[in-house]
Design a protein around this ligand. Structure first.
Ligand SMILES: [Zn+2]
Length: 78
């Protein structure tokens, strides 16, 4: 998935390494498995990721990696 288009029409470039619009995260439960000094690659493998559209702020979350379609979360301004 080197490139995808947000619902707002903005093209999301996912090819750069590191990728400016990619964020990596891990659940508190999964992070709890790590103790002491940890290997960055091991941690990276456990993390999930999302991409943030720079135009509309939508988050495209890959809950199950690139094998599944990303789920869009649209910001609601109050
Ligand atoms: Zn967008």
């Amino acid at each position: 998935m080197p490139k995808m288009t947000c619902s707002c029409g903005n093209g999301l470039n996912l090819q750069k390494i590191p990728c400016e619009i990619q964020y990596n995260f891990i659940s508190d439960v999964d992070y709890d498995k790590f103790h002491g000094s940890i290997d960055a690659e091991d941690l990276y493998q456990e993390m999930k990721m999302f991409f943030k559209c720079s135009d509309c702020g939508s988050l495209w979350v890959l809950w199950d990696g690139f094998d599944e379609n990303p789920i869009q979360y649209v910001p609601v301004l109050k």
